[in-house]
Design a protein around this ligand. Structure first.
Ligand code: CS2
Length: 481
C-alpha cells in the first residue's frame, strides 16, 4: 500500500471556533462528524483545533493530511466511507503547551470540548474530587503557564481570557462520566481556587459546563483497517476511524452567551437535563460492555460480537438489564428502555465491528464506579441484591490479578494496575483477595467496602470464577446450565 498517495486536504481549512482536547478515535468518529455535518449544512466558523495532551500520534497522522481523514461506517451488511474536513489544525500539547493555551484563549474560540477518558479528569473516581496530590496536578499548580493536564489547560486559558477582558469559553465534557458537566465544573473550580480565588469566582459566575451523553461504538483503528480502506479508496489515511452507524448525542443547552454550533441540525438533542439519558447509557450500555469485557475476555473471547454470539453471554446482558439495571434507571424522555436495550444487543452483535474485549477492559478502576457500582448501591439502598453485577465485580478482580484462565499473563492497562496486582498477589484465598481489592477507596465507596452482603456475594462469585471459569459462572447466573 506504500505506493499509494496519502489522503490530503483539497481546499482551505475551516476557521476555528472550537478547541478539542483528546483527538482520539472516538472524537473523530463523533464530535468532528457532527460538526462537519453542521458546517456542510450552514457553514459557520466551527473548525476544530484538535489538541493531543499526550502523544504526537494524532498530529503525526492528521498533520500531513491537512487535518482531513475518513470516517468509515460499518453496518452489518454495508460500509459507508466519508471524508471529514472539520479539523482545522492539530497541536501536540507536550511539544508546545503555550501554543495550546494561546489557541484556547483566542476570542474566536467559543467552546472547549473534551474526550480525555475517565482518567484525564484527574479525579477520584469514587468521590469525584480533584486528586490534589497527583504529581501531574501538583506540576500544573507549580507551573500554571506550562500545564500538562486537561484541568491545568482549561484553567490557564480561562485565566488568560479573564486577564484580557474576554468572555469565557463553554467547557463541554464528552466523556462517559455521570453528570460530566457538573463534575468537571467542580474539578475546575477546585483547581482554580488553589491558583486564585478571584479567578475561581469569575469561572463560577460566568463559566458554563453543560453535561452531555455521547454514544457511538468506535473500536481502535488497526493497521488492517488502514490497508482495507486503502484498497477500497486508493489512498492511505493514517487517521481513519471505523464505527457503527448508530450515534446519539444529548446535550444540556447551557452555553456561554448561548453560542454553539447547531449540532441539532445533525441530529443531536438539546435538552434541559441530560441526567436520565446519561444514567440509561452508562448503566445499560457501558455497564454490560464492561461485563462482557471482563467475563468475555476470561472466557477466551476476543471481541464483543464474538462474545454475544455465544448465547449465555447474550442472556447475561438481557438478565442484567431486566432484573438488575433497568429497575434503577429513571425513564428518560422520549426513550423506551426495553426497546433501547434490545437495540443495544443488535449493536453488540454487529459482526463488522471488531471491538476488542481487551480494549473495553482498560481502565476498569476508573469505569467501575459509574458503570457497575452505582447500580449495586441503588439496589442495596432499595434492599435488593445484584448477583449478576457482583459477578462482574469479581470478574474485574480476577482480570486485574493479571493471569487468565489458561495461566497466561493479561496485559492489564489501568492507572492502578501495579497496585491492584500487588494487592491481589499478596493475598492468598478468594476472601483475602476480594478484601484487598475492596480496600481501594479510589474505586469502592465505604458503603460497599463495609457491606458484609456485598463482600460475601463478590467472594462467592470470585471463588466460583477461579474454580469453574467465567463461562460456567455466566451459565450458572443465567440458568443456562
Ligand atoms: C466502551 C465505550 O471502551 C469502553 O469502555 O464501553 O467506549 C463504548 O463503546 C462507548 O461509550 C459507546 O458509546
Amino acid at each position: 500500500m506504500t505506493d499509494l498517495p496519502r489522503l490530503t486536504r483539497k481546499g482551505p481549512a475551516p476557521a476555528p471556533g472550537l478547541v478539542h482536547l483528546g483527538p482520539g478515535a472516538f472524537f473523530r468518529a463523533f464530535n468532528a462528524v457532527y460538526t462537519d455535518d453542521v458546517m456542510a449544512a450552514e457553514g459557520g466558523p466551527w473548525g476544530i483545533i484538535a489538541v493531543s495532551l499526550q502523544s504526537a500520534r494524532a498530529a503525526e497522522a492528521l498533520g500531513p493530511q491537512g487535518g482531513v481523514y475518513t470516517s468509515v461506517t460499518l453496518g452489518p451488511d454495508a460500509t459507508d466511507v466519508r471524508v471529514i474536513e472539520a479539523i482545522s489544525r492539530v497541536i501536540t500539547a507536550p511539544e508546545d503547551p503555550v501554543a495550546v493555551v494561546q489557541a484556547m484563549a483566542d476570542p474566536q474560540i467559543r467552546i472547549v470540548s473534551l474526550t480525555v477518558t475517565e482518567k484525564g479528569y484527574c479525579h477520584h473516581p469514587s468521590t469525584g474530587a480533584l486528586r490534589r496530590d497527583a504529581p501531574e496536578i501538583r506540576h500544573d499548580l507549580a507551573h500554571p503557564d506550562h500545564p500538562k493536564t486537561a484541568p491545568g489547560f482549561i484553567v490557564a486559558a480561562l485565566a488568560k481570557r479573564r486577564a484580557e477582558g474576554l468572555r469565557p469559553f463553554t467547557v463541554l465534557s464528552c466523556d462517559n462520566l455521570p453528570d460530566n458537566g457538573a463534575m468537571l465544573r467542580r474539578i475546575i473550580l477546585e483547581f482554580a481556587r488553589l491558583r486564585d480565588p478571584a479567578l475561581a469566582g469569575w469561572i463560577e459566575r460566568e463559566g458554563r459546563f453543560p453535561a452531555t451523553m455521547v454514544d457511538r461504538i468506535t473500536p481502535a483503528t488497526t493497521p488492517q483497517d488502514v490497508d482495507r480502506l486503502a484498497a477500497q479508496t486508493g489512498y492511505v489515511d493514517l487517521a481513519c476511524v471505523q464505527h457503527e452507524a448508530f450515534r446519539q448525542w444529548v446535550i444540556e443547552d447551557d452555553f456561554v452567551d448561548g453560542v454553539r454550533p447547531a449540532w441539532d441540525r445533525a441530529g443531536a438533542q438539546f435538552v434541559t437535563s441530560v441526567a436520565a439519558h446519561e444514567m440509561m447509557k452508562l448503566r445499560c450500555l457501558n455497564g454490560t460492555h464492561s461485563a462482557l469485557a471482563y467475563l468475555g475476555y476470561l472466557a477466551g473471547h476476543e471481541t464483543i460480537s464474538e462474545t454475544v454470539a455465544e448465547q449465555c453471554f447474550a442472556t447475561l446482558c438481557e438478565k442484567l438489564w431486566s432484573e438488575e439495571i433497568i429497575p434503577t434507571v429513571p425513564q428518560p424522555e422520549g426513550e423506551d428502555l426495553p426497546a433501547y436495550v434490545q437495540a443495544l444487543l443488535a449493536r453488540y452483535r454487529n459482526p463488522a465491528i471488531r471491538h476488542r474485549t481487551w480494549q473495553i477492559a482498560m481502565d476498569g478502576s476508573q469505569k467501575l464506579p459509574q458503570r457497575i457500582l452505582g447500580t449495586i448501591m441503588d439496589r442495596r439502598d432499595a434492599g435488593q441484591g445484584a448477583p449478576g453485577l457482583c459477578l462482574v465485580v469479581a470478574a474485574w478482580m480476577r482480570y486485574v490479578g493479571g493471569t487468565d484462565e489458561e495461566g497466561a499473563r493479561i496485559d492489564v492497562r489501568d492507572p492502578l494496575a501495579e497496585r491492584l496486582k500487588a494487592a491481589s498477589d499478596a493475598a492468598s484465598d478468594p476472601a483475602e483477595k476480594v478484601a484487598a481489592l475492596l480496600a481501594f477507596a479510589e474505586v469502592f465507596p465505604t458503603e460497599l467496602t463495609d457491606d458484609a452482603r456485598f463482600f460475601s456475594a463478590v467472594t462467592a462469585a470470585y471463588a466460583d470464577l477461579v474454580k469453574n471459569g467465567a463461562r460456567a459462572s455466566v451459565k450458572a447466573y443465567t440458568g443456562s446450565g
